[in-house]
Design a protein around this ligand. Structure first.
Ligand SMILES: Cc1cc2nc3c(=O)[nH]c(=O)nc-3n(C[C@H](O)[C@H](O)[C@H](O)COP(=O)(O)O)c2cc1C
Length: 210
């Protein structure tokens, strides 16, 4: 197994040094120590519009709006793992991030199977688990195994520097990153030894309409 593993991290916060960044940095340190390449893209402050359902991506395999979404698509295709981090906004993931993710997953046709996914939610007080569930749905509709930790991947705080960081949250991030590295390595060697299971040739689409 000589290919270096790569992880793409997406930070949906507009705050470069915010809580989500703090949580993701803790994961980056573990990737670094483990010899895993990583790149973090902060998209929360970018001008990212939502999907307009034009359907052009069904022909081209990329989004008609040529912005950060098409740029991260290239990085995602190369990556073995994807971490999505979001601040909680009104009990949900950040809107800019959701626009980017919906367009990213809808427009790209490359095989995402067995890229490992992990999601992280940061909040002042509440809404982390709903956000965590929301983000994990991108993985579980894409044949992507989800890495987990010793607790749900939540990180608490209003401001990043409060003199009292969420120590449990930081530990959850470190364990998550280690588990993710283990899964990516195991999948890489499993691929070599046995190959991926592969989907069924004729995909069934049932729209629940007569
Ligand atoms: C528009 C907006 C909505 C928010 N909604 C919530 C919320 O529903 N629950 C919560 O606990 N915190 C909420 N917060 C606080 C942030 O989730 C919290 O400060 C988070 O840690 C910020 O992460 P960041 O520093 O990475 O941006 C909200 C903040 C903003 C700006």
């Amino acid at each position: 197994m000589d290919k270096k593993l790569k992880v793409l991290l997406l930070n949906g916060s507009p705050r470069k040094d915010g809580n989500t960044a703090l949580a993701l940095h803790e994961m980056e340190k573990i990737f670094e120590q483990s010899g895993v390449e990583y790149e973090t893209v902060q998209i929360g402050k970018m001008d990212v519009r939502g999907c307009v359902a034009c359907g052009s991506c069904s022909q081209t395999g990329k989004c008609v709006f040529n912005d950060i979404v098409n740029e991260i698509a290239v990085k995602f295709e190369e990556a073995d793992g994807l971490v999505i981090g979001s601040p909680v906004y009104y009990g949900s993931a950040n809107g800019t991030l959701m626009s980017a993710l919906q367009r990213l997953f809808y427009s790209t046709h490359f095989d995402k199977s067995f890229k490992v996914g992990a999601s992280v939610a940061s909040a002042r007080r509440s809404g982390c688990t709903a956000t965590f569930d929301e983000l994990n749905k991108f993985f579980t509709i894409s044949n992507m195994p989800v890495a987990s930790s010793q607790y749900w991947n939540n990180f608490y705080g209003r401001e990043p520097v409060e003199g009292r960081p969420d120590e449990e949250g930081l530990q959850v991030m470190r364990v998550l990153a280690r588990n993710m590295v283990f899964l990516m390595r195991s999948i890489a060697s499993g691929k070599e030894q046995a190959g991926l299971p592969g989907g069924e040739e004729d995909r069934v689409w049932t729209n629940f309409m007569k």
